[in-house]
Design a protein around this ligand. Structure first.
Ligand code: 8X3
Length: 259
């Protein structure tokens, strides 16, 4: 099924027997791999991202639904969730890092982008889908945070503060939704070789490649396998928080290259 301009047009979305998963930031990396993993488990996956050509191709490939999504735009989120009355799994994956500057020279545009995507973007999508997650009778919210949600490091405050805020919002929901049929899992990856560093370094391929040279990072598929595991647990099992790093990385700033 390709890009869906009539929100409820795909019968899988309203079929009471189908299990629906929603993945944000699905045009590449962890989001794309997660969409594939969930589709392989039989979910009808609704994939969202700004790059409509990418999500259309992915939706075609996995038999899902592709819808354009900009998580920083309220109207885009409203359009994205239209007709989604029952959702079993939401993977909040959209987000990322921009820049690696000390606080003293913080770039406000970079900070705004990181807070808009990671924090407010995840909040916006989650808020919009909470009724559908509850209506499914067995909802699951997976937030892809980062080890940057657990640590502070030099020059990383724009990203670490945004990831901490995203994670705290997620963890707060775990308390506030207690008693409702919605599980919450935070997945906090370390180094994953995707376009993460390319975005962080504004398209500087050489600088991005250097991050992963000399060690073996996680792949998007490594993280997606964990997402698939979480989504395949029975409804009474809540995996609260999962931290995964490459063997070669001990913390955000310590790996086999830095010692
Ligand atoms: C990114 C984690 O370790 O690459 O979310 O800085 S790390």
């Amino acid at each position: 099924m390709s890009t869906d301009t009539e929100p409820a047009a795909n019968p899988a979305l309203t079929d009471p027997d189908s299990r629906i998963a929603v993945v944000t930031g699905a045009s590449s990396g962890i989001g794309e791999a997660a969409a594939r993993a969930l589709a392989a488990q039989g979910y009808h996956v609704v994939v969202g991202a700004r790059r409509v050509d990418r999500i259309t191709a992915l939706a075609d490939e996995i038999g899902g639904t592709g819808r354009q999504l900009d998580v920083t735009d309220e109207q885009s989120v409203t359009d994205f969730v239209a007709g989604l009355d029952r959702v079993h799994v939401l993977v909040n994956n959209a987000g990322g890092a921009k820049g690696l500057d000390p606080v003293t020279t913080a770039n406000f545009d970079d900070w705004r982008w990181m807070w808009e995507t990671n924090v407010l973007g995840s909040l916006r999508v989650t808020k919009a889908l909470l009724p559908a997650l509850e209506a499914s009778g067995d909802g699951l919210i997976i937030s892809i945070t980062s080890i940057a949600a657990l640590e502070a490091y030099d020059n990383g405050a724009g990203y670490t503060s945004a990831k901490h805020a995203q994670a705290i919002t997620h963890r707060t929901l775990r308390y506030e939704l207690l008693g409702k049929p919605i599980r919450l899992t935070e997945i906090a990856p370390g180094m994953v070789e995707t376009d993460f560093s390319l975005v962080r370094f504004d398209g500087d391929q050489e600088r991005a490649d250097a991050v992963y040279q000399g060690l073996t990072p996680l792949s998007a598929e490594d993280v997606a396998e964990v997402i698939g595991f979480v989504a395949s647990r029975p409804p009474h099992v809540n995996l609260d928080q999962i931290v995964l790093k490459p063997r070669d990385q001990a913390s955000a700033r310590r790996n086999i290259k830095t010692g």
